[in-house]
Design a protein around this ligand. Structure first.
Ligand SMILES: [Ca+2]
Ligand SMILES: [Ca+2]
Ligand SMILES: [Ca+2]
Length: 451
């Protein structure tokens, strides 16, 4: 005999309307930002391939996804720098800055949790290091007060089990199922949780095909949670996703999905330290409006009429979009402060001068990574700064060689022959003309500058 789960009814639907959840084709619900997440099983493989398009009518889509470094895998930005590797290569975690001012317990993975969560049976550190304890607590079960079925068993407190007797004609409450044939009513989240809870183990049967219609399906698991257990202060999902972002609000003028924000107005970023993704394009925000953040990974200040860039403390930033602003002059050493920068967009700026000195840059990098280079080699060599320094070095050496070559040819050939291949206005080859011209052209094509 198998377990019969409660059926979804209209009350469930009303409870989760107007929230950040979506219904999936299999009948369970999930967070809107996890609807294209493979681990959340919101649809078949073919559905996932076209997920953004399929879901477009059902939610306000924030399409940008974090791209894992060494594969085509993509993740929602809410899952980046959350101390748990979600990319197969770990590239969603291995670059993140961490909070070194932890006043509670620092887990082995660098996560900071309250001291009172140590050895409390719940895994609060994703690596479980807060439960690596000598003493294990047990449930405080008082067998003498144990009611016979029909009765409801709940695990409402941290270490307490509660019982509520039912009349023989009563069915189980909606967030419970009954162990067959006439056993106790147990909470939905113990079905397929990997632990035998029913006397004859029926709660762990047929789990491969269990789709928990009407419930929240926990990420990367077969556990399902009733909507009343979402944000009830107690994690029932193995990854604790039923307790995600319960306190998180969305500022006025923004659309938010988890930790990804798209904002069309200025707002106080200080109130949202957990933010991972901010698209503030066209909002008029400037670099001065940004608060220091160890968590921000993606930032767009495109079309914000920026002329001058002030320093920003964003050590985990990987993508910076400054396109379509009014930036005329830029010192590339400005980008030294972003140690993890991989993508920089500057197109649509009237750039007239872009300067750097390779020697000082390499000198600063040497100072930063001295004796530690081996640990940072991958992030430095794959970083944007390394690539632009390399490009400038390559460009300047190539231009120098080309200049010398053309000067040599000019000396060897009769006057007037070479000048026919020169751009209009150049009657002779002087190193400064050639260099300036080549640089200007190179940067125009590279950044699409208008000036
Ligand atoms: Ca992660
Ligand atoms: Ca179970
Ligand atoms: Ca919960």
């Amino acid at each position: 005999m198998s377990v019969v789960m409660p059926l979804m009814n209209k009350n469930y639907l009303t409870k989760i309307n107007n929230s950040n959840y979506v219904w999936c084709p299999d009948g369970h619900f999930t967070f809107d930002f996890l609807s294209c997440d493979e681990s959340s099983k919101c649809g078949s493989q073919s559905f996932l391939l076209n997920c953004e398009t399929s879901m477009a009518g059902k939610r306000s889509v924030i399409t940008a996804m974090f791209m894992c470094l060494h594969s085509s895998q993509t993740l929602h930005f809410s899952l980046v720098c959350d101390f748990r590797p979600d990319c197969l290569d770990g590239s969603d975690e291995n670059f993140c800055s961490r909070d070194y001012n932890c006043t509670g317990f620092t887990c082995l993975n660098g996560q900071c949790v309250d001291s009172h969560k140590l050895c409390d049976v719940n895994r609060d550190c994703w690596d479980g290091s807060d439960e690596d304890c000598v003493v294990f607590r047990t449930w405080n079960i008082n067998l003498t007060s144990f009611a016979y079925p029909p009765a409801v068993i709940d695990f409402d407190q941290q270490t307490d089990v509660t019982y509520k007797e039912l009349n023989s004609s009563d069915s189980c409450p909606e967030m419970h199922f009954r162990c067959p044939p006439e056993g106790y009513c147990l909470p939905v989240y113990v079905r397929c949780n990997g632990v035998y809870d029913c006397p004859y183990h029926e709660d762990e049967e047929d789990c491969a095909s269990y789709t928990c219609p009407g419930f929240y399906r926990c990420r990367a698991s077969t556990v399902c949670v009733h909507v009343d257990h979402m944000c009830d202060g107690r994690p029932q999902c193995p990854q604790h996703d039923d307790e995600l972002f319960c306190e998180l609000s969305c500022p006025q003028g923004c659309v938010c999905q988890g930790l990804a924000f798209v904002c069309s107005e200025k707002f106080n970023m200080q109130k949202f330290p957990a933010m991972r993704y901010l698209d503030a394009s066209g909002s008029g925000m400037t670099t001065r409006d940004l608060s220091p953040s160890i968590n921000l990974v993606w930032l767009s200040l495109a079309a914000c009429k920026l002329q001058i860039l002030s320093n920003m403390s964003l050590p985990s930033l990987q993508t910076l979009d400054l396109s379509d602003n009014l930036i005329r002059s830029l010192d590339m050493s400005y980008f030294m402060q972003f140690k993890n920068l991989r993508v920089l967009r500057l197109a649509g700026n009237p750039l007239q001068s872009l300067f750097t000195s390779n020697v000082p840059v390499i000198g600063i990098v040497d100072e930063v990574y001295r004796d530690r280079y081996v640990w940072h080699e991958q992030s430095w060599t794959s970083g944007y700064l390394c690539q632009i320094v390399g490009f400038l070095y390559f460009l300047s050496s190539e231009v120098s060689i080309l200049t010398l070559l053309l000067m040599t040819i000019e000396r060897l050939l009769p006057k007037g022959y070479v000048s026919c291949v020169l751009p209009a206005g150049f009657t002779s080859l002087e190193p400064e003309h050639c260099t300036a011209h080549s640089f200007a052209h190179a940067f125009r094509s590279l950044y699409g500058a208008q000036g």
